[in-house]
Structures are given as structure tokens and as C-alpha cells.
Ligand binder design. Structure first.
Ligand SMILES: [Zn+2]
Ligand SMILES: [Zn+2]
Length: 131
């Protein structure tokens, strides 16, 4: 029984396949970010093939660059320990007015608006005045 792979045929198949793939043409692709046509050049297609990538690019160079910068700036902010500014909408536990606080109120703890909070803690105002 012959179990050996027919290497000659395989070689021919590969050459044929690569010959087909080598017949690249510039392609126009619609960028998913800006909606503009951009050219996926022959050189870039060959680069993608060499990298083993099968999906064409989704973004034009500008948008790809912008996206990379966004990711880089987020990563840099995280690395630097910068926290996203948060604003949580709450109702004041005392006067029921609508206010926002820069933190997530813990469960069951009443949240006061700024004026009610200062009313309850007058020392804070005095402390500021004394400075
Ligand atoms: Zn774009
Ligand atoms: Zn209040």
C-alpha cells in the first residue's frame, strides 16, 4: 500500500497556488471608520499573505493610525494610573435635589448634595475660611 505523499504533485500545487496569489491587483476597500475608499496595494496584500493574514484591512491608514494612537493613549493612561473621571447622578438624601458626585456611592449610604453636605459639616466651611 502506498502511503507516501506525492511530493511532486504537492510542489506543483503550491507553485500553482502561489502563482495565483501573486497575481495581485490593487483593491479598493471601504474604511469602516471614515467610510472612504482606500487602496489596498499589491505590496500590502503580499505583506498580509506573508504574515498569514487572511482578512483584508478594515481601516484606511489614517484611521488605523488614529486607532493605534487611541489604544496607545489609553494604555499610557492606565500605565500612569490615571483614572477616568466619573460622574454619578444621584438624588440628595436630604433635599432630594438632583446632583452628581465624582464617585460611586456605596449601597445604603445616603448621598448629600454639596450644600446639604456643607450644612451637615460646617467645619469644612470654617476650615476653608481660616486658610
Ligand atoms: Zn478611514
Ligand atoms: Zn441636598
Amino acid at each position: 500500500m502506498k502511503t507516501q505523499v506525492d511530493t511532486e504533485n504537492l510542489k506543483e500545487f503550491n507553485e500553482k497556488t502561489f502563482a495565483d496569489q501573486a497575481d495581485f491587483k490593487d483593491k479598493n476597500i471601504l474604511c469602516i471608520d471614515c467610510g472612504q475608499d482606500f487602496v489596498w496595494s499589491v505590496g500590502e496584500q503580499a505583506f498580509f499573505r506573508d504574515k498569514g493574514l487572511t482578512n483584508p484591512p478594515k481601516r484606511c491608514k489614517d484611521c488605523k493610525h488614529a486607532k493605534n494612537e487611541r489604544i496607545a493613549s489609553i494604555a499610557a493612561a492606565q500605565a500612569a494610573g490615571v483614572k477616568q473621571r466619573i460622574e454619578v447622578a444621584v438624588h440628595c438624601a436630604k433635599c432630594q435635589s438632583y446632583t452628581t458626585v465624582p464617585f460611586y456611592p456605596s449601597q445604603g449610604r445616603p448621598v448629600l448634595c454639596r450644600s446639604c453636605y456643607l450644612e451637615k459639616h460646617p467645619t469644612l466651611i470654617n476650615g476653608n475660611f481660616n486658610k
